[in-house]
Design a protein around this ligand. Sequence first.
Ligand code: AP5
Length: 189
Amino acid sequence: MLNIILFGPPGSGKGTQAQYLKEKYQLIHLSTGDLLREEIQSKTALGLEAQAYMDRGELVPDAVVIGMIRTKLETNQSCGGIIFDGFPRTVKQAEALDELLGNFGSPIRRVVSIRVDEAELVRRLLERGKTSQRADDQNEEIIHNRIKEYWNKTAPVAEHYEKQGKLAEVNGVGSIDSIFSDICSSIDA
Ligand code: AP5
């Protein structure tokens, strides 16, 4: 299995690039943000718990997202590989993912970290907020909180995978095509 993590701050282009990568490499795309929004839409207990955190731009508790990913992995064992988008977001989540994939004998192959400066992240998210239904894109304070959560809790995940020799970095500013090409090169290397 070709298991890849797309890593980067909110608005860095993880979801955008995942759409192209899933076609090229025939992978399943797992976005914890999308899964959580589906739970909210369906008004499940999990969704109700997650919503308060998401509305504030804070990370949802580890146990909630790890449980959700465990279920997805158990039902996707025969696929060619998975693109993880927005997961893992804490070192605890990374350790849980390593253990889960280890049990299935198909560890993470590559972690691609997409670098984008903060001003561009805020610009992209506010722009999307004009037309998207996402409340967390419509308030600059919440956007800054999401970015703060990234630096406090998520950035250390890069070091976790660097120690395993799996981390690659790409510049995430520029055309979507050229960034896609750089990501493919780092996966194929
Ligand atoms: P999530 O849904 O994961 O959102 P996010 O990472 O905060 O932000 P995005 O997914 O919107 O950014 P992206 O990097 O995918 O960029 P995109 O391609 O969309 O998480 C939402 C919330 O859920 C979190 O705050 C948290 O509460 C919770 N959550 C989720 N996962 C969790 C976890 N594992 N643990 C705990 N809590 C969790 O692009 C953004 C915009 O930029 C788009 O409009 C796009 O068109 C545009 N764009 C993309 N590429 C370019 C480019 N090259 N040039 C110009 N514009 C571009």
